[in-house]
Design a binder for this molecule. Sequence first.
Ligand code: SF4
Length: 713
Amino acid sequence: MAVEACEVRTTCPYCGVGCGVVASVAADGSVTVRGDSEHPANLGRLCSKGSALAETLALDDRLLHPSIDGQRVDWDTALDAVAAGLRSTIEQFGPESVALYVSGQLLTEDYYVANKLMKGCIGTANIDTNSRVCMSSSVAGHKRAFGSDTVPGRYEDLEEADLLVLVGSNLAWCHPVLYQRVLAARKRRGGLPRLVVIDPRRTASCDQADTHLALAPGSDSALFNGLLNHLHRHDRIDLDFLDAHTEGYLAALKSAREVAPSIPEVARRCGLDEQQVAEFYAEFTRTEKVVTVYSQGVNQSSFGTDKVNAIINCHLASGRIGKPGCGPFSVTGQPNAMGGREVGGLANQLAAHMDFAPSDVERVQRFWGSPVIATRPGLKAVDLFRAVGEGRVRAIWIMGTNPVVSLPDADAVRAALKNCPLVVVSDAVADTDTLRCAHIRLPAATWGEKDGTVTNSERCISRQRAFLDLPGEARPDWWIISEVARRLGFAELFPYASPAEIFREHAALSGFENTAWSDGSGSRRDFDISALVGLAGAAYDALAPFHWPRPAIGSGAERFFAAGGFFTGDRRARLLAIGARAPAHAPDEDFPLVLNTGRVRDHWHTLTRTAKSARLSAHIPEPYAEIHPRDAARLGIREDALVRVFSRWGEVIVRAKPSREQQPGSVFVPMHWGAPYATRGRVDAVVNPVTDPFSGQPESKHTPVRVLPWQPA
Ligand code: SF4
């Protein structure tokens, strides 16, 4: 088939850095990619995953046709069946008996219509996202501190800082282009920013670091409570900023003094040398421009929200926020985790940064013209699948994600889906552990085939653009959701013919009566909505990456929070009193080691795209358990031998990799492998399903396990 050669500016579909990509399609249909030198996130750079995107476009593993119970059907039949299944479940068991589980891979327009269908038509907030597992503790921490889910900084702050602190963030592997930008800045600026890595593991991010604090797993909040105490003792508190723009400092300090009264006590709690702690505190205290970057190592905890607020406390107390080269900075894992947050695609949000205050519910219902609307939060990811297992949720539609591999207690998730009366899965690929549980499979378009927008970690909105024809009968998610909505009787509310129309509605809701980011208090929102609302029609097609939201025109502010103006009712930020907490399950005689899970450099999520590239797969071809050589020797474990890693919840069999990068007493297993790429289990079957009480984020970094040599049966 003849192909029209073209060059298209789009955005990488992997991590939250959100790099711009130029995809070139040749007349023979072959595709090459290069970094977009005009995109502000990457300025032409790409990492190993981004530069291998063209190697992942083959169709051999794609889901290309709808099917019901394994039988191929046409779209009308499949969509009718989804609508009929949802309708009959709602009629028999009520709206809370159905749920959507979506993904940070979805585009903002997909997210918007999914959220509207559930909350504004079916009338339940049982729509949650795999971003829950990634960054929801940061969302909760932002809301507690700032009154809104606002990332105050930009990527250039990491380059302009004089000290960059990475907490629970292997930026070198998980946000590689951002890490490259930091290294380039260090070269330009004679070693600045100095780099401190705080992580129980010695990760690739430590290779270039000035200091690595290998703290005990779960002790981050003690370290930052101690830092708050230290800043106070050394007169490095910004009293003017505190007085003018914050509340809660004295209570936060009181708690910090109780939990972390001295450097020796912090060192004891964190398993560090006193000198290491003293040097880190001294460096933070004397350096004016400090950025603290954190990600899953902080968020994935049963007290992740407290950890986030312990970090934010230090920045608020010392006035290191909202200024160039300063601030707490949460980096998101997925390409559009932030877009999902902006449309409200989380079970504890209503829409457009609004929660469930009665005035917000009324306003959103009026905007949407909804027949019914959710009035309270729905089930967050782990609770949602628990409800499926208990029969409280009887119909679930999963889009672009693989919870049977990626959620904790993953065997229970699989069992729940196997017993669920209706499981619908929309996906681009034909075989995952989750698809194996589906009654109805819907073929979704993927990167290169669909149009829409994504928002990256620094709140830069970019276009994803199609440059390939839709393969088989694959369709964009927004189209599939809208078709089901029409069949449920909501045709008037889903009139969309293109993602541009959906974006326009999302923008209009974000600016509707100046209420986006409302906390229900009726406080004024100082941000510029015009850039978003102006993106209709041709402007949407031509959209160049831009940061949103921005402080309001005429406010005099270049950035958020330099002069206060937080989004709480009284416009003051909150410092939180952070107590002493420990992970929910401590190691014991039966399960003496601590399991930590995470990503590797060249794979993404459950391998559905990266496994197609031989180059990427060659980096780390199979799952492994990294364990300290002393523990390996004690347990009779040899290098490359198969080992059982098991907990009270489940087990996985992987190859042992003794390594001094791991602390004694701990084990690291990457999270990517599931069917059809792994035959010996998924590590998330081992992970405890404990969650943070504020964010609902699971404790994926701390499960007590036992590791034994594997013996064939
Ligand atoms: Fe893609 Fe992230 Fe790599 Fe950029 S850093 S190319 S967004 S995977």
